[in-house]
Ligand binder design. Sequence first.
Ligand code: PEP
Ligand code: MG
Length: 539
Amino acid sequence: MKKGIAASKGYAIGKVFLQEHEEIVITEAKVTDVIKEQKELRKALDASKEQLEKIKEKAAIEMGAKKAEVFEAHITLLDDPEFTGAMKLEIETKSINAMKAVDSVTNGFVAIFDSMEDAYMKERAADIKDVSKRIISNLAGNGGSAFAITEVNTVVVANDLTPSDTAQLDRTKVIGFVTNVGGRTSHAAIMARTLEIPAVLGLSDITTSVKTGDTVILDGIEGHVLINPSEEVIAEYHERNRKFIAEQEGLKKLIDVKTATKSGKRIEVCGNIGKPEDVLTVLANGGDGIGLFRSEFLYMDRESAPTEDEQYESYKFVLEKMEGKQVVIRTLDIGGDKTLPYLPLPQEMNPFLGYRAIRLCLDKKDIFKVQLRALLRASVFGNLCVMFPMISGLQEFIQAKEVVEECKKELKSEGQSFAEDIQWGIMVEIPSAAVCADELAKHVDFFSIGTNDLIQYTLAADRMSEKVSYLYNPMHPAVLRLIKMTIDGAHKQGKWVGMCGEMAGDDIAIPTLVEYGLDEFSMSATSMLNAKRVILEQE
Ligand code: PEP
Ligand code: MG
């Protein structure tokens, strides 16, 4: 049995299709007819574009327009004069073959993006490589195609799967995939979850451990892959799979159920979102509200900060779609692992302990005020709660509220309206805030516990580090005590407490959190129905 990262839930029992990398060897050759070489390049670019248009159409049907956007970005790259124009120029100035020109321009771009700290920028390097691979495949006459799968019940095994590889998978034949590289937040994992195809990633040597035609069991729940298992084991997993499918189907009946414990305590199950459109999936899964809108995603994937009007439209969209249900929007949480290309941050030894989130917003009030004004203006369209990230003590909350008051004054003098009943809260994700929760609760309207950070700060175990992941334990008594202190502190002052870290959707943690009296659980939309099931079983 091989152990990897469980990236998309479910089981797949089938035959391996090993995606072998026939690496195209790229050598430099001098050309005499530069124009002819440039024409070859043009042909390969056109063919790549045509293929990507088709993949995009297929992806839009199977995964929705949002997920298909990645291919639009790939198509845009093909039209980008800085990228493909540089290839043409490279052929002309160096009199070299098109394949070498594509390769060296790609390497230059990838080196720039790869050297950036930001995970988003690193992903752009993966996009560039993906597009370049296609151009080179077309130049080599391979037609840019990665798969020739003819059998049903196929489990694709590959070193890595790019977004276009993933979108090209024939879903009538492919029932799961396994890779050497990648993690829970890689493109391949996100695509797998959207397509609801089970996947285990990051097995490091799976491509050398199996061959095409081997039988494998992919366990996307435990993150295991079993190679050529016995008939008994296969039968056992068929049974597990049958149960899993029945459970998933059964959960759908909970969509419209209002969640409460057996003793009748009503508990809200809400969704976490990153982009305004995500609100639709939360509604489709019967969400009671939005417990966390990570507003920093509005600031990513662009060259300058979103304007007040742009932000206002996004917040208004979410509030209107939720039709009066509670929407908790977190103000800009940038820094740590999240950076913006247009907002250079100082190099720090420990960015997670450094200049980020509310610390940055209180320092750069001009940026903060644009967001607060947009939030205030949008507040008239629904039930808005605003929370500040990374609050370590009362002073920061008071200062943030002072900026809010400044914005309110400005808006009033401009004759702009805003709701008077907005709730103002904080994320409890720094141990000091949890320890002082009873005092903080006198000033705020609510708390939302951010366990993703709270755990890493409490146990001094970096949430990004695989090496110390064994220490990163949500059920550690110190973490549980801090959570209990936060809930008790809030309740003493009659305030409500939510949780928007991953722990809120964790089967093992939910019973304890219900027992502690947590009022609202917020998580990714696809975990909500299972959380409802667990909560409904509690006393
Ligand atoms: C958290 O820290 O738990 C949280 C929800 O915020 P993020 O994961 O965005 O840091
Ligand atoms: Mg956090």
